[in-house]
Write a protein that binds this ligand. Structure first.
Ligand code: SAM
Ligand code: DTB
Ligand code: SF4
Length: 320
């Protein structure tokens, strides 16, 4: 496709990330304007459909059974309750509904059937449906595709080299394999990462390289700032410099021009001005509602106020 590249090198990515700030923003805005409506962002709403007790040991995650956090384990939510949340999300202006489960991989049988029902129901409401359920086989991805799933979220999170410092219960290649299974099924790919976990800048460039060297690029690239949760190994991590967050978003926008770049977790730590900078840098989506999966997120009212002040608005309709 025109202008799309899948061979970005580390040194090119490094140069872009470290451009003088005005040049970086100008370049990101230019690419953004060529490929997207710059005054509209997509509102997505998350729902944790199965919370806590996860066998994986992701060092950032409050839902891992390896750490003692305030998250209480819950069974898989009913289809009715899930669709009620989806209807509410639609009322508040979301056009994409994302269902997350604290699973290592997707279980076969009744629970999977229940998730398929949720996907069908969300699509019937006219919303884009996204799931993030852990590792997925090809046949499971196909079933989700048949149910109408729009996107599957599976983050690479960081560089292959730093991955083992954050997670010991799975390897990077398993992540890549699931992304391949999703791609083959025709469901679009949502994959991004987290910054602020103690990674180096080189780890960030390497994550961006992994994402941008996929052909096609992930249609959706969430950039999360670590939410430091008490009880997790990363609870006392140093604060992320806000300009690094903006630089990460701008670089993602420049090297993956047509992807949705999502300003994801960590918005509560950002001022209005910092969020506005993220939009200038090419972010075109946020999570709405006062909760992400288990941690707090800005209130819908304060998001609406900020968008209004900036003369921006939410997407009126789902795009898929
Ligand atoms: N268990 C599935 C998995 O790991 O793919 C799906 C749910 S998991 C909670 C989804 C994503 O949330 C993770 O890949 C990670 O990027 C993000 N996440 C989890 N905890 C976070 C935190 N404390 N701060 C920022 N992002 C976080
Ligand atoms: C993504 O990249 N971020 C979202 C969504 N994809 C699933 C999840 C953020 C979770 C933040 C921690 C929590 O609320 O539990
Ligand atoms: Fe489990 Fe996902 Fe949390 Fe890792 S990020 S512990 S796989 S819920």
């Amino acid at each position: 496709m025109r202008n799309l590249r899948y061979d970005w090198t580390i040194s090119e990515i490094e140069k872009i990330y470290n451009l003088p700030f005005p040049k970086l923003i100008l370049r990101a805005m230019t690419v953004h304007r060529q490929n997207h409506k710059t005054d509209e962002i997509q509102g997505c709403q998350l729902l944790s459909i199965k919370t806590g007790g996860c066998p994986e040991d992701c060092a950032y995650c409050p839902q891992s059974a390896h750490y003692k956090t305030e998250v209480e384990r819950e069974q898989l939510l009913s289809v009715d309750k899930t669709l009620e949340a989806a209807r509410n999300a639609k009322e508040s202006g979301a056009t994409r509904f994302c269902m997350g489960a604290a699973w290592r991989d997707v279980p076969d049988g009744e629970q999977f059937e229940q998730v398929l029902e949720m996907v069908k129901g969300v699509r019937e409401l006219g919303l884009e449906a996204c799931c993030t359920l852990g590792m997925l086989r090809e046949d499971q991805a196909e079933k989700l595709a048949e149910a109408g799933l729009t996107a599957y979220n599976h983050n690479l999170d960081t560089s292959p080299e730093f991955y083992g410092d954050i997670i010991s219960t799975r390897v990077y290649d398993e992540r890549l394999k699931t992304l391949e299974n999703v791609r083959k099924s025709g469901v679009t790919v949502c994959s991004g990462g987290i910054i602020g976990m103690g990674e180096t800048k080189l780890d960030r460039y390497k994550l961006l390289q992994q994402l941008s060297n996929q052909n096609p690029h992930p249609e959706s690239v969430p950039i999360n700032q670590l939410v430091k949760v008490e009880g997790t190994p990363l609870q006392d991590e140093n604060d992320l410099d806000v300009f690094d967050f903006v630089r990460m978003i701008a670089t993602a926008r420049i090297i993956m021009p047509q992807s949705m770049v999502r300003l994801s977790a960590g918005r509560l730590q950002l001022t209005d001005e910092a969020q506005a900078l993220c939009y200038l840098a090419g972010a075109n989506s946020i999570f709405m509602g006062d909760k992400l999966l288990t941690t707090p997120n800005p209130e819908t009212n304060s998001d609406a106020e900020l968008l209004d002040k900036l003369g921006m608005k939410l997407f009126a309709e789902a795009t898929a």
